[in-house]
Ligand binder design. Structure first.
Ligand SMILES: NC(=O)N[C@@H](O)C(=O)O
Length: 194
């Protein structure tokens, strides 16, 4: 079982896989809005479609429940997926940036063109705060969303779809690579008594 480190989610670190939806450190995209009662940062994240056929934007809600951990307080990666023709954005709703009992983990892997599958040897895991969302690049290999800790997390999810399952999402099992992420004590939730 290979354990991968849990990295803080930053725009720079995540850039090979997508973008972080959060107030930027630079004020490049900042402008005044709402009759000068708001600061607008735009554009903050792409909404890209490369479908060769008719498709449409879709906004969903994903109510993601805390994942079960192994007896050694790790999350074991079992599957990666990708959306070959669309970005996919996950925007948490109601998760406080300061919450240390619940968080979500963004797990991604680069594409291996030789074998046309994710390169699991270079998989990475990022710990995201409640004031950060993520957009996966078109075709970026990622784990189905992983929430850890006490509570479920409600996400607004935005992507493009054409209704053809194989076009919208392809999966790749990771069973034989045995990759896990060590979860810090504060985020073990009901598994805390491990
Ligand atoms: N990305 C993710 O967490 N899951 C979705 O793509 C899905 O359709 O399950």
């Amino acid at each position: 079982m290979r354990q991968i480190p849990l990295e803080p989610l930053t725009s720079a670190a995540f850039s090979p896989f997508g973008s972080v939806i959060a107030i930027p450190t630079s004020r490049v995209q900042a402008s005044s809005a709402n009759q000068s009662t708001a600061t607008k940062y735009s554009p903050i994240s792409p909404l890209t479609t490369t479908y060769p056929s008719k498709n449409e934007p879709l906004m969903s809600l994903f109510h993601c429940h805390p994942r079960k951990l192994t007896p050694s307080a790790t999350f074991q990666l079992q599957i990666l997926e990708r959306h070959p023709h669309t970005t996919q954005s996950f925007i948490p709703m109601g998760l406080a940036a300061s919450d240390i009992s619940t968080a979500y983990i963004v797990i991604v892997a680069p594409y291996d063109p030789v074998f046309d599958k994710p390169d699991v040897s270079r998989v990475r895991a990022f710990l995201a705060r409640g004031d950060q969302g993520v957009t996966y690049n078109v075709g970026a290999w990622h784990s189905p969303m992983v929430v850890v800790g006490e509570s479920s997390v409600l996400f607004s999810v935005i992507q493009w779809v054409n209704g053809v399952a194989k076009d919208d999402c392809t999966e790749c099992e990771v069973l034989d690579e045995e990759v896990s992420v060590q979860i810090p004590p504060s985020l073990r939730g009901k598994n805390a008594k491990l």
